[in-house]
Design a protein around this ligand. Sequence first.
Ligand code: ATP
Length: 261
Amino acid sequence: MGAVDNKGAAALAIRGLTGGYSVRKPVLHQVSFEVFPGQLIGLIGLNGAGKSTAIKHILGLMIPHEGEVRVNGVLLEEDRELYRSSCAYVPEQPNLFPHLTVGEHLQWTAMAYGMERSEAETKIRELAEKFRMTEAMGSLPDTLSKGMKQKVMLMNALLASPSLLIIDEPFLGLDPLATRGLIEALAAAQAAGCAILLSSHILPALERRADGLIVLHRGKVIAHGTPSDVKRQAGCTDAESTLDDAFELLVTAAEGGAFRA
Ligand SMILES: Nc1ncnc2c1ncn2[C@@H]1O[C@H](COP(=O)(O)OP(=O)(O)OP(=O)(O)O)[C@@H](O)[C@H]1O
């Protein structure tokens, strides 16, 4: 992946993945990419490009027609428990239990992962501090803002120290401070060695923060690499060009020059 640092074993390795909802009409065509520990890789593409379908394959909710998905080198069918416990997923819409407080959500997650009580308490306290949610631990979801609900989802996802974190469109509806808080939280997870695959349409955030990008179009990878690599692949020569410019050029070229935003 271009200049992206990829020492060591991949947390996520997708090779030649063809898949989708029907074998006769696949959504994904020969998709390959990797995410290494500590990297944040952005998955971008137009509506319907196949991002959610790729995520469903990674989470083991869909079976590849061809190719393979490995998490920490393991295929789902080789060790379902290890595969599933290595991945955490944060969906676009926070889905919290209305009658459980923030703290209770975290306690339930710790129990579900069989964590020792004292280990769980320490980690929950650390996460609450890191996410500036200590004061909200006794609050019910209905009393929280969208950004705070998302933080709860993220704290739950990180509690069991997953090797791979998959996040769907986390920036929508967040104010600038909440966005910054989310980015800081992701940076902390990266620093702890977590590999992050983040699907988003908000390209400026990814341009600044992503170690690498995968550009999907009609189920195919049409560009990949660091944000600078992707701009180069798009033919952006102007130093002022943004990732939004590069994305439009790539999609237009993939459509034979006929695409209009
Ligand atoms: N449950 C389904 N059954 C059949 N086809 C589906 C299903 N869900 C999605 N598709 C099709 O798969 C293709 C890729 O959809 P997908 O949801 O993966 O795109 P996406 O990149 O996540 O889009 P968005 O940015 O809008 O979320 C689209 O053509 C879509 O119509």
